[in-house]
Design a protein around this ligand. Structure first.
Ligand code: ATP
Length: 358
């Protein structure tokens, strides 16, 4: 089973037995992959109505953002593509107005945890076949505070914010997830030997939280060694808990080890809301409109969303459909295959129609 089991239905709008989900297609390959999701959800007969929100590089005013946030607050659950940030302004010496829309969404909705399951998939070419890592990343502070300025020309100050409260929240989430998913070990990743105060606080809090979970093994690893261990012997990792930027980097390494951006699923979880998106959060601008993007990551993400909404059976069917198609060799070029997006989606549709017929 590829599922994650994190979260649960906290605040999901349901009208007449159907869930309402805010859909933000985003930029790059987002819109075409969301079309695939809509097709599949329709064929599967899952009780979901999407409320489409036009937020993108072109539609990115404060009002667009306000509406997107209102919609997610109303529905409780969102599904999104990646939003590009440096669309108009690639001048890195000017800061004004350049904050990432993805980061704004996560902080304004307080989606404090990012969860990425990186599990080997049978049939997907990769160096190892026995990886199953849950990367749990603090999603709202750290280096993503976007507080940077020039002191004087040529000198930049950039703030990394680590708080005890957010560190405790993510550490507790990691251990609670370990219990819920019957996993055995939580590893905190840090650079406390250099970032003594900030990462030191993160590590201390993780150690403190670990004492409340005697049945879960706890250890820690410095982020540079973690990278080396991950590529050399990734099987040693079970759940990893990390501050924001390390989580981004380690999450990408872990995703790369099991097939890359085309297959890794992801979810942003908060106390009240959840927003699902493909695990490595790429926009794939250079492959947009070519019918070659791999839809698997977003479809597996959709399965996780169905599970979160309480529809475990549809979630399992969709996950099985995607995994069966990947196993069968119908694969996009990122996995060394020669099929296109539509052929993969058609194969998933065929599988779903077959199991529906039984
Ligand atoms: P570009 O797509 O222009 O290279 P980028 O350099 O910002 O944009 P990302 O969007 O970060 O790249 O994506 C990283 C790589 O992963 C790119 O080579 C992209 O084509 C690839 N990629 C991302 N998502 C998918 C997907 N769903 N299927 C196949 N390849 C993907």
């Amino acid at each position: 089973d590829q599922g994650v089991e994190a979260g649960g239905i906290l605040n999901a709008a349901k009208y007449g037995g159907r869930h309402h989900v805010s859909l933000i297609p985003g930029d790059g390959i987002g819109p075409e992959l969301m079309d695939s999701v809509k097709t599949i959800v329709n064929v599967a007969g899952s009780p979901i109505d999407f409320e489409e929100i036009p937020l993108s590089a072109e539609r990115g005013t404060d009002e667009d953002m306000r509406r997107a946030i209102l919609s997610i607050k109303r529905n409780g659950v969102g599904l999104k593509g990646n939003l590009e940030t440096f669309e108009a302004n690639t001048d890195y010496t000017v800061m004004g107005g350049m904050t990432s829309k993805n980061v704004q969404l996560r902080t304004k909705l307080d989606l404090f945890a990012y969860v990425q399951r990186c599990k080997s998939i049978e049939g997907v070419p990769s160096r190892y076949s026995d990886i199953d890592i849950l990367v749990i990343r603090e999603n709202t502070e750290g280096e993503y505070s976007q507080l940077e300025h020039f002191n004087v020309p040529g000198v930049v100050e950039s703030f990394k914010i680590i708080t005890e409260a957010k560190s405790r929240q993510i550490a507790k989430f990691a251990f609670d997830t370990a219990i819920k998913t019957r996993r055995h070990r939580v590893t905190a990743v840090h650079k406390a030997n250099i970032m003594k105060l900030s990462d030191g606080l993160f590590l201390d809090v993780c150690r403190d939280v670990a004492r409340d979970y005697p049945s879960i093994e706890f250890n820690d690893v410095i982020v540079d060694n973690c990278c080396m261990q991950l590529v050399a012997r990734p099987q040693q990792f079970d759940i990893m808990v990390l501050p924001n930027l390390y989580g981004n980097i380690i999450g990408n390494i872990a995703a790369g080890l099991v097939g890359g951006p085309g297959v890794a699923a992801g979810m942003n979880i908060g106390r009240k809301y959840a927003v699902f998106e493909a695990g490595t959060r790429n926009s794939g601008r250079s492959i947009r409109g070519k019918n070659i993007a791999n839809p698997s990551a977003l479809l597996l993400t959709t399965a996780d969303m169905l599970e979160y909404l309480g529809d475990a059976e549809d979630a399992k069917k969709l996950r099985n459909a995607v995994l069966t198609v990947l196993r069968s060799g119908i694969r996009t070029p990122d996995l060394g295959g020669s099929s296109n997006t539509k052929e993969v989606v058609d194969a998933v549709v065929q599988y779903l129609l077959q199991v529906r017929g039984h």
